[in-house]
Write a protein that binds this ligand. Structure first.
Ligand code: GUN
Length: 283
């Protein structure tokens, strides 16, 4: 039986350390604040945004929500970001993705000032992650690295297989594992013989957005399995990209969904927001 990696507990530990840092800044007269933009009424995005705001409250970060209607134009959204870029009382800016289909995400991301880009989505911050010299962490991958560290899993020399090549998770995940001296293989929807590759993984990270796609016969006995997926199954229950019932007996350690990767992602976002405040105050 696999040991469950408790993302909720780890996130609480990270949030406690973030709260200490926020308090220290407050004592110097510096407040820490995050602007959260949400466009339209995607229910999953609404849940994520509410969770982020609640976490901000817990650690003493001021959150400002900007909820824009579904029919917001590209220009209106960019104008809001320009205003938030110019405000000295806003340290971090996050625009919840995905945006409604008529909006182009790339120019939106590129409009956010790099020093306020707490998601680390701006091409400049992505480039820093690629080089291995970064201030802002890619939130989901960084949370996963914290999990591996807290479980005493040494990535060095391990075969790490990342399934999924999104800008948010797959690509930066591969970079962080590489920086930790893992041997990294990235798989995606066009990969041939996926099972042959996933079966070689010592550490398997899955972020594809397909419910229960990774089956027991795709995982090596004793592998560490990290599931960054969050989906609804046929009974409308939350589930990951990994078929937990099949994979858990084979894995040595595995993250549950919910309660695994999700909470650590938010914790890393708030850590980035503190970093943004520190940078902007020249500390
Ligand atoms: N949509 C899904 N994950 C994320 C995230 O980490 N940040 C933002 N801004 N949008 C997302």
């Amino acid at each position: 039986m696999a040991k469950l990696i408790d993302g909720k507990k780890l996130s609480e530990e990270i949030l406690s350390s973030v709260a200490v840092d926020v308090k220290k800044l407050n004592e110097k007269g510096i407040s820490v604040s995050l602007a959260v933009i949400i466009v339209g009424d995607n229910p999953a995005s609404r849940t994520y945004v509410n969770n982020k705001k609640r976490a901000c409250e817990k650690v003493g970060i001021l959150s400002h929500e900007f909820a824009l209607p579904e029919d917001t134009t590209q220009q209106e959204l960019m104008r809001l970001i320009d205003e938030l870029n110019a405000r000295s009382d806003i340290n971090g800016i996050l625009c919840q993705l995905p945006l409604p289909k008529h909006l182009d995400e790339e120019p939106v991301i590129e409009t956010i000032l790099t020093q306020k880009d707490v998601d680390a989505f701006h091409p400049s911050n992505v480039g820093h992650i690629m080089i291995g010299d970064f201030k802002f962490l890619a939130c989901t991958p960084a949370g996963i690295m914290e999990m591996l560290k807290s479980e005493g899993i040494d990535v060095c020399g391990k075969h790490c297989v990342v399934v999924g090549r999104s800008n948010i998770v797959g690509k930066p995940m591969a970079m962080l594992l590489l920086k930790a001296n893992g041997t990294v293989t990235i798989c995606h929807s066009k990969t041939k013989n996926l099972q042959e590759i996933t079966k070689q993984a010592d550490i398997l990270v899955v972020a594809v957005g397909k419910p229960k796609m990774i089956k027991g016969n795709m995982v090596k006995q004793g592998a560490v399995v990290i599931d960054a997926g969050i989906n609804r199954d046929e009974n409308n229950r939350l589930c990951g990209d990994v078929d937990f019932a099949q994979v858990e007996p084979k894995a040595s350690k595995i993250t549950p969904v919910p309660g695994g990767v999700g909470p650590t992602t938010i914790a890393m976002l708030l850590r980035n927001t503190v970093t943004a405040a520190i940078i902007q105050n020249n500390l």
